[in-house]
Design a protein around this ligand. Structure first.
Ligand SMILES: [Zn+2]
Length: 297
């Protein structure tokens, strides 16, 4: 017996899944547990928010990463980013059935997606905890972002998006309920998260970059996210695969596994392709986009 409890539902009925490390910054060791009750996987130890941000989040140089770097990887990254923004916009227009176009993005980063929404006549609001990212969003995309969800004075959003953000949020249930309160009746919540049932996750095991402990506090698959969201009053409308995430995640995972430059690219690319092909049959892509609708007014 141990005294580890699920940080989402409080159940003590948990079992060890695997041990992994923070390969990105500290090399600290963590264990991933599975909760038998709510099915979610969680990172243990589960760092306190202040320690989490101080120790495990590097202050990113947003400018050099996004706008200036000229190496092959950065150039490819920028092209993929542009394609992804276009795909996200198309999804947004398809999902939104209301006459209103009012969006809230949680985890806005430097605001490139939100700026693209603004060009399509959306009323745009965003939350971004990093002050540096907020400054870049102001300077380059003319966006005024909030530092936290609690600062938002608006509500009745037709769509709220969390692109690779939910897995970083410590108070999961509380946040989902807050977002539900901010949505209009029948509004949509779009959530993209890494999928630990994907081909690449199963291939790389403890080296899988999608675990990214301890920045990723929770780890989801189709079943766990659907059941958590349904328990909070949402209905799953549909899911969509992501194509590029498997390449990015596989390249990083190769780096964590053996760090040989040529092999990283070669194997990472092959596993990325294999993961996409497998997901055509299994629907278990590297990351999954979930489209939920707020239930009953
Ligand atoms: Zn649980």
């Amino acid at each position: 017996m141990n005294n580890i409890i699920c940080p989402n539902c409080g159940s003590a009925d948990v079992s060890e899944r695997l041990s992994t490390s923070d390969y990105f910054i500290t090399k600290d060791l963590f264990t991933i547990y599975e909760c038998t009750n709510c099915k979610v996987l969680f990172t243990y130890p589960f760092p306190q928010p202040d320690m989490l941000y101080l120790k495990y989040y590097k202050s990113e140089n947003y400018l050099s990463h996004n706008k200036k770097a000229s190496d092959l990887f950065s150039a490819a990254y920028r092209i993929v980013q542009k394609i992804n923004i276009r795909k996200k916009l198309r999804l947004l227009e398809n999902v939104n059935q209301s006459g209103e176009k009012k969006i809230l993005e949680i985890g806005t980063g430097t605001g490139d997606f939100l700026a693209a929404c603004q060009n399509q006549e959306w009323k745009c609001f965003g939350v971004e905890p990093s002050e540096q990212a907020r400054q870049v969003a102001k300077q380059f995309n003319d966006l005024d972002l909030y530092a936290s969800i609690d600062e938002i004075g608006e509500k009745d959003f037709s769509v709220i998006t969390l692109w690779h953000v939910l897995e970083h949020i410590p108070d999961l249930s509380e946040t989902i309920l807050k977002l539900k309160g901010l949505l209009s009746n029948n509004g949509h919540l779009i959530i993209a998260v890494p999928n630990h049932n994907s081909f690449d996750a199963k291939h790389y095991k403890q080296f899988w970059a999608g675990y990214d402990v301890p920045r990723h506090l929770y780890h989801f698959n189709r079943k766990s996210l659907q059941s958590i969201m349904e328990s909070k009053g949402f209905k799953l409308m549909k899911t969509k695969p992501t194509v590029f995430d498997s390449f990015y995640v596989s390249l990083l995972s190769e780096k964590y596994k053996r760090n040989n430059f040529i092999i990283n690219y070669l194997y990472g690319f092959m596993i990325g392709i294999a993961s996409n092909i497998a997901s055509v049959f299994t629907k278990e892509s590297s990351s999954i986009i979930f489209i939920f609708q707020k239930r009953g007014g």
